[in-house]
Design a protein around this ligand. Structure first.
Ligand SMILES: NC(=O)c1ccc[n+]([C@@H]2O[C@H](COP(=O)([O-])OP(=O)(O)OC[C@H]3O[C@@H](n4cnc5c(N)ncnc54)[C@H](OP(=O)(O)O)[C@@H]3O)[C@@H](O)[C@H]2O)c1
Length: 230
């Protein structure tokens, strides 16, 4: 994979773009307002980055990240995303997005609903539990970096952290595992999407989204999660 399409260019999308560019990927970024509003960000990211409309970012990305909240009736570039691995980094936040009865009742996860919106894509939950902003409070200068950048370590480093990946598609899990590795993280597979509630806000692993945790701790926390309202 060489090009990451990133739809949503706020805290999450812009930080992911920064990490991906540093790891040698090309990125195509989009938001809801249009590419002209991303001029400064793209200039800051350098020649590996460009801005486009969401449909173009979807078409140009070998893998595409949806870095914006789920909304039931959202207009998505469904055709351009068909056949592709689509990373959904959204967390279910009823206080922000409103309640979704199927998720509240535990009938569906928010990521299964995203898969239903994109039936011909391989939806994968990833990057949902690593902070894309600075640490609060800042204790040492590196805390000013978003966790995605601050916690990144080369493969084999003793303090390397792990991130969760969930999908109904083994191909998508493999692609994200490689992407995590390129960005400095191990992967823990928590598939399928129906199990992705185990890494939702409020679960035991969630409190590590600021400072991260290694593979063993993450596996343990995923196992002991209890299904609640997420
Ligand atoms: N921030 C974090 O630390 C963090 C951590 C883990 C997961 N997440 C998840 O990441 C997602 C984004 O969070 P954020 O903090 O980055 O939010 P944010 O700073 O508010 O940015 C949201 C971005 O998404 C764009 N957007 C919204 N709806 C869109 C649509 N339908 N099509 C194209 N672009 C759209 C917005 O564009 P405009 O500005 O042009 O409207 C904006 O660029 C959320 O789902 C959140 O749960 C965030």
């Amino acid at each position: 994979m060489t090009t990451l399409g990133i739809i949503g260019a706020g805290q999450a999308g812009s930080t992911l773009a920064r990490a991906a560019v540093a790891a040698g990927y090309d990125v195509v970024l989009a938001n809801s307002r249009g590419p002209e509003t991303l001029r400064d960000l793209v200039a800051e990211l350098g020649p590996r980055a460009r801005a486009a409309r969401a449909e173009q970012a979807a078409a140009l990305g070998d893998v595409v990240v949806l870095a914006f909240p789920y909304a039931p009736g959202a207009r998505l570039p469904v055709e351009e995303l068909a056949g592709k691995v689509v990373i959904d980094n959204n967390n279910y936040m009823p206080w922000r997005d409103g309640n979704i009865p199927d998720v509240d009742a535990g009938r569906k996860t928010i990521h299964e609903l995203r898969q239903e919106q994109l039936p011909a894509s391989k939806v994968v939950k990833a990057f949902t539990h690593v902070q894309f902003h600075e640490r609060h409070p800042i204790r040492v200068p590196s805390d000013a970096l978003p966790a995605l950048l601050r916690l990144a370590r080369p493969a084999g480093a003793p303090d390397r952290k792990a991130l969760v990946v969930s999908s109904d598609s083994p191909d998508a899990v493999e692609v994200v595992t490689r992407l995590y590795d390129d960005l400095g993280f191990d992967a823990v597979d928590n598939s399928p999407l129906s199990e992705s509630w185990r890494s939702a806000p409020g679960t035991p692993m969630w409190r590590h989204h600021v400072d991260g945790q290694g593979r063993e701790g993450l596996v343990h926390d995923l196992r002991r999660a209890q299904r609640g309202t997420t």
